[in-house]
Write a protein that binds this ligand. Structure first.
Ligand SMILES: [Zn+2]
Length: 168
């Protein structure tokens, strides 16, 4: 029988860009053994062909909870985005719309990549995510729309990314 890529489990790699990052699996995914066809009882995603997908689950499919929903329940983000500068206040609604739009585009293809929360603080907005890809996507979209400066700090071992955007 074919094993599902056990070598990925503890692998460490140097990261150059997004292409390589796509191979990194969230350690949260390995905390439980997932049954083929399982349906997430929180979000309805279906575990098929080794990954969670948006699909219609079978009627008596086993119920499990996907890594994204467990991170949401645990309030344990894999990514944090901060947006700083006067424009974050003055165009807050546009900023949040742009952020949500990026989330919708991302999670359509990758069900586990989602926003956990968007909070305001005195300097601007703080967004937390269930994954390490969405923060970069959000940061790059904000930079395209509002210019400014982007800082990305990726901790591969900890499966964690911090993205800071500052209006300049
Ligand atoms: Zn779920």
């Amino acid at each position: 029988m074919k094993q599902p890529n056990p070598q990925r489990r503890g692998a460490t790699r140097r990261i150059a860009g997004r292409a390589q990052q796509d191979h990194i699996r969230d350690p949260y995914e390995f905390r439980q053994k997932l049954a083929e066809g399982a349906v997430c009882s929180e979000c309805g995603a279906v575990f098929q062909e080794g990954r969670w997908q948006w699909a219609v689950g079978a009627e008596h499919a086993p119920r499990q909870i996907c890594a994204a929903c467990r991170r949401i329940a645990d309030k344990f983000p894999a990514g944090i985005v901060t947006l700083r500068g006067p424009v974050v206040q003055s165009q807050k609604d546009d900023m949040i719309r742009l952020v949500r739009n990026q989330e919708n585009l991302e999670k359509t293809e990758h069900p586990l990549n989602r926003i956990i929360s968007i909070d305001e603080d005195p300097q601007g907005l703080v967004i937390t995510t269930t994954d390490i890809h969405l923060p970069r996507r959000i940061g790059e979209a904000v930079k395209r729309a509002f210019h400014g400066a982007l800082e990305i700090d990726f901790d591969e071992g900890g499966y964690f990314v911090r993205v800071n955007w500052t209006q300049s």
